[in-house]
Design a protein around this ligand. Sequence first.
Ligand SMILES: [Zn+2]
Length: 333
Amino acid sequence: MLPICREKQRQLSRQYQQQTLAHAILIQGIEGCGKDALAQWLIELLICQKPLLAHSTTELESIVSACGQCKACLLRKSDSYPDHLLLKSENKTLGVDDIRRGNAFLEKTAHLGKVKTIFIPQAQIMTVAAANALLKTLEEPSANSYIVLITDDLDSLLPTIISRCAVYAIRPMVGEALLAQLKSSSHGEVKLSSDVSLHERLNESAFVNLSQLAELTDDAIFQEYQTFNQCYLDFLYLGQSESEVLSQLVDNKHSLRWLEKITCNLVRQYYLVKEAEKAALVAKQEISAQVLNQIYQAIISSNKLIKSYTQANRQFVGEQLLMTINNIVRPST
Ligand SMILES: [Zn+2]
């Protein structure tokens, strides 16, 4: 287990022992951060019938692990354990049929173990239909079932999926070291030319990963991001700046990801704020979480379209997307 995963491993161990593990566990981190090994350890632990407690001399908390010798562990090692299902795809996407297979698997009672487990190693390649099928299971989890998902691209997942999972984000050491260096190179108090501190930029972005460092570290790109952000919000809430948004969608390679990120953050606000504050937020913004979710799904579909067809015409996809968003927000016009 990589050192950067240890904290999450201890946390999951503790929750396992206290029987407070969530039914759906989403592990997020960039490629190579060790999330695969962490997920593997967790699944083996869930399957094992006689887990072992390994007391660490340096840590107050201990880590539980699969014994590797019980009947369940032996069957798992020989790939013949009946109560676990791996849902992965050799294709670019994980389709609705795969998820339905998983749902059917969970509905049957366990053959051998006390729990049933499903592992989805690349959650971000789920199609929108697949994600919606999974959503139903996440909303009404069957007893003693666990779904472990991992992803290196949290922004590609529907916010509704994320909100129903316990998310364990693994922060890459290289990223933190990089950011620490950025801070120290500017003598502590970082003030960039745009007069926005790096700290504020990081706070602004709820989930930072290395792919977002462009706008976090490059002033020119950050300015573009801010301009785009404003144009997009004007478009969304006031019906203005459509042509500016479109030209950015066509010419700026970051723009579609930004569109996802901004919309996702708008949706997250609804899930993160207290119930009492929600009404005020709705009154102020006049766009409901449901509508934002529809927009978000449209953006994800467009993004997948552009990613899966190299020849996709950005102008066409951009025009279609903005028309779709317009129809969602202002159905009467
Ligand atoms: Zn075992």
